[in-house]
Design a protein around this ligand. Structure first.
Ligand SMILES: Nc1ncnc2c1ncn2[C@@H]1O[C@H](COP(=O)(O)OP(=O)(O)OP(=O)(O)O)[C@@H](O)[C@H]1O
Ligand SMILES: [Mg+2]
Length: 338
C-alpha cells in the first residue's frame, strides 16, 4: 500500500474541534507502511490530553477499517511544548531575581513582596517565592490553601493566581502546620526549591526572605545569582544597626543592595486620609546615605493594606489609584531600568 493512499485516508479525519482535516493541518510528519503494518508519526503541537487522545483514536480506528492494514501504530510528537521536566538550571530562564529582605521580623517584607510582585505582574511575567520556612505568609496573603502539582520527576509546578506564579514552603507542608525543620534541612529544602520549581520564562522572580541575616539567609543568597536585594525597614532608628548587618551579608556574596523600602512611614487614617507620623525616627534616610542607595518607596501604615493581605487579595490590584500603589509603581520603574 502506498503512502499516498494512506494520506488520502487520513484526509478524511478532521482535527478535533475543527472542520479541517489533519493532513492539511500539517501535523502528519511521516508514514511508514510495511507488510500490513503502518506507523504514523504525528506532531500534535498541543498539550491538550483529551485532544491528543481523540486524535490518536480517530487515526487508529480509521486506518484499521482499511482491509489492507492489519496493525496501526501512532507516534505522537510535540514540537511546540517544551518538556520542562527534563530541564535543569530552570532558574536561568528568569531575567531578574530580586530578594526582599530585612534583619528584623515583622517589618513588612511579605507585604512588600506580594504587592511588588502584583504590581509588576501588570506588565511582566512574574513569580514570587516565599522562602520563609518557619512562617510562610504566601498561602494566606494570596488565599491559596491547596498543594501544587508535581510531575513524575518530582518537579513542582508553581501555583498560578492573580497572573503570577506562586510558590511557598507553606504550600507543601500543609495548612498552617509550623515547620520544625532544622538549619541544614532548611538549606537543603531551599536549594531544592531553586532547582525543582518549574518557573518557565519569567521577567521577575521576587524572593520573600525570612527575617534575619544568619546562615539560612546566606545560603539562600549564595545559591543563586540575585539581581539584587531590596531591604525593608521601618523608620525607627533602632532598626538601623540590623539593616547594616543585612547589607554586609549581601556584600559578602557580591549581591548589590538596590535600595530601601521604608514601611510604616506614617499612618494614614482611612476616615479622613489625614497622615500621622507615628515613628519618630529617620532610619531610612540615614541608611540610604550610609549605604549609598536610594529610598525606593515609603509605604504608609494603612489598615486596608493589612486587611487585603488577610483576605488573600493583593492590595495594589484593587486599589490602583491609591498612594500606596503609586509607591509600588515607583519601585517597578526603578527595577525596569536595571
Ligand atoms: N504598611 C502597612 N500598613 C498596615 N499593615 C501593615 C503594613 N505593613 C505590614 N502590615 C501588617 O503587618 C504585619 C506584618 O507584615 P509582614 O507579614 O509583611 O511582615 P514580614 O516582615 O514579612 O514579617 P516576618 O518577618 O514575620 O516574615 C502583617 O499583618 C501585615 O498585614
Ligand atoms: Mg514575612
Amino acid at each position: 500500500m502506498e503512502n499516498q493512499k494512506i494520506l488520502e485516508i487520513l484526509k478524511t479525519i478532521n482535527y478535533p474541534g475543527f472542520s479541517r482535516d489533519i493532513v492539511s493541518f500539517g501535523i502528519i510528519k511521516e508514514i511508514n507502511f510495511n507488510e500490513g503494518k503502518v506507523l504514523v508519526t504525528v506532531d500534535v503541537k498541543t498539550d491538550n490530553k483529551s485532544q491528543i487522545k481523540e486524535l490518536h483514536n480517530s487515526i487508529k480506528n480509521t486506518l484499521e477499517n482499511n482491509k489492507d492494514i492489519d496493525e496501526v501504530k501512532i507516534q505522537i510528537l510535540n514540537s511546540n511544548i517544551k518538556d520542562d521536566s527534563k530541564e535543569t538550571g530552570n532558574i536561568k530562564k528568569i531575567k531578574k531575581i530580586i530578594a526582599v529582605a530585612s534583619a528584623k521580623g515583622g517589618v513588612g517584607k511579605s507585604t512588600v513582596s506580594i504587592n511588588l510582585a502584583a504590581s509588576l505582574s501588570k506588565n511582566h511575567k512574574v513569580g514570587i517565592l516565599d522562602l520563609d520556612i518557619y512562617g510562610p505568609s504566601l498561602p494566606m496573603i494570596t488565599g491559596v490553601d491547596f498543594q501544587p502539582k508535581v510531575n513524575e520527576d518530582g518537579k513542582i509546578y508553581p501555583i498560578e493566581k492573580y497572573n503570577m506564579k506562586l510558590m511557598s514552603f507553606g504550600f507543601l507542608s500543609g495548612n498552617n502546620s509550623p515547620a520544625i525543620w532544622r538549619g541544614p534541612m532548611v538549606a537543603r529544602m531551599t536549594s531544592q526549591f531553586f532547582d525543582d520549581v518549574l518557573w518557565g520564562d519569567l521577567d521577575y522572580l521576587i524572593l520573600d526572605l525570612p527575617p534575619g541575616t544568619g546562615d539560612i539567609q546566606l545560603t539562600l543568597v549564595q545559591k543563586i545569582a540575585l539581581t539584587g536585594a531590596i531591604i525593608v525597614t521601618t523608620p525607627q532608628d533602632l532598626a538601623i544597626i540590623d539593616v547594616q548587618k543585612g547589607a554586609e551579608m549581601f556584600k559578602k556574596v557580591n549581591t548589590p543592595v538596590l535600595g530601601i523600602v521604608e514601611n510604616m512611614t506614617e499612618f494614614i487614617c482611612p476616615d479622613t486620609q489625614k497622615s500621622y507620623k507615628i515613628f519618630k525616627g529617620n532610619g531610612a534616610k540615614i541608611l540610604s546615605k550610609e549605604l549609598n542607595v536610594p529610598i525606593l518607596a515609603e509605604i504608609p501604615i494603612y489598615p486596608v493594606l493589612s486587611e487585603s493581605a488577610d483576605k488573600g487579595t493583593p492590595f495594589v490590584l484593587s486599589n490602583e489609584e491609591s498612594k500606596i500603589s503609586h509607591q509600588f509603581n515607583q519601585i517597578n520603574t526603578f527595577l525596569d531600568k536595571l
